[in-house]
Design a protein around this ligand. Sequence first.
Ligand SMILES: Cc1cc2nc3c(=O)[nH]c(=O)nc-3n(C[C@H](O)[C@H](O)[C@H](O)COP(=O)(O)OP(=O)(O)OC[C@H]3O[C@@H](n4cnc5c(N)ncnc54)[C@H](O)[C@@H]3O)c2cc1C
Length: 420
Amino acid sequence: MAVVGKSAVVLGAGMVGVCVALHLQKSGYRVTLVDRKTPGMEASYGNAGLINRGSVFPLSLSDITHHLSGALLKNHPNVHVHLSQLPHYWHWLYYLLIGNSRSRYEASVKGLDSLFRHAVAEHKTLLAMSGGKQQLMEKGWLRLYRQEASFRAVQYQRDYYDRLGIRYDIFDPEGISELEPAITSGFCKGVLIRDTASLVDPSGVINGYVNTFQSSGGQFCQVSAENITRDSDGFLIETHGENIRGHIRGHIVVLALGSWSGELCEKLGYSFPMAAERGYHQQFQPSDAFQLSRPIHDVDGGYVMSPMNNGLRLTTGIELSARDAPPVSKQLYQASRNAREVFSLGNPVGAVWVGSRPSMPDGLPVIGEAPRHPGLWFAFGHGHAGVGTGAVTGRVISELISKARPVIDVSPFSPVRFVG
Ligand SMILES: Cc1cc2nc3c(=O)[nH]c(=O)nc-3n(C[C@H](O)[C@H](O)[C@H](O)COP(=O)(O)OP(=O)(O)OC[C@H]3O[C@@H](n4cnc5c(N)ncnc54)[C@H](O)[C@@H]3O)c2cc1C
């Protein structure tokens, strides 16, 4: 349903906010996109770029206890836990503990699967609009196992893939080398998850989306959103930018501030159990003899490596800490040391990057209308999957706002599961 003359304000120009803005614009809203930085400079900048059909598993209690034992010994880069920062994530951890049941896990897998079924196709639509088709690599995702035991330990994941129709193939060492000639040793098994694509320059994709949005009349405003109030005519956003305070008005508002969503929600009386699952990246410029043709995950080494336009990007697992704590070099150091055991990485290029995955304890984003503020919509908490599922989230939010039937069942993502 086309909407004429109505204004929408989208707070946050990460992958999620930008895709929401584009979709609302397509359905007829006059859209203002707001970010205190240039678009796509937080989590949506430094990720591994995967649109991974197989990313359907939330963290479970057994993951946490398994990882915690390793993490407390500080011997593995999969998860680093800073207990001194516990006050920053105890609320999230508490929900994760009390929600630990088979049925909740199944519900989260189902919810993530519903998003990922549309994730690649929805990005393709936006990439076609923005002239960025060449930014999408469709060669799957190769998970590599150093030990048979680790391969066997995640048989349950492959059982889920079978149930959900996620296509994959298993390779022995020779098959791995045929797929990726640069990998000649180190791994006993590889699992190629098909139907997975990746972006070779996530921030370039966002720039393309924003250019399309602006050239179709959308406004981008580089200010910080400080507060949201409601009056008879919609919403008033108090802003702060370059020492100037101001206001932006909108009939509807979409809050898509990633790991910063909690602060504005608290001001409105909604307390979400979010945590910042931080992660690091370092780019490398390997020799021409060592090139990957698709992203790989060294499961036992605890890192993902993705071919990007400007080199190979090594990304780390989870660091549970305060969102704004100073970076700690240990996790990235361990991950790159493990990578060097099997890869000729070459020299690091550029600075170490740290960012925050906006994580909800059930692994599902919050997508829906604020229970006590009709016209205010939430689109945050995409955890490990916001780059991949940003485009489908944009579509779903716009369908909900326009009162069209959403492409997926949105009930698993309702804010009401955490706030009334
Ligand atoms: C190491 C790492 C690897 C990852 N790999 C993948 C991957 O392969 N695939 C995948 O799908 N996901 C991946 N992720 C997760 C993904 O990056 C996030 O889920 C996604 O970027 C979240 O997008 P977002 O738009 O919600 O948040 P963000 O990109 O963080 O955007 C939030 C925006 O809000 C703005 N903002 C905050 N506060 C204010 C304010 N008060 N006023 C105005 N603006 C404000 C910020 O400046 C920012 O631009 C990874 C994350 C990390 C850290």
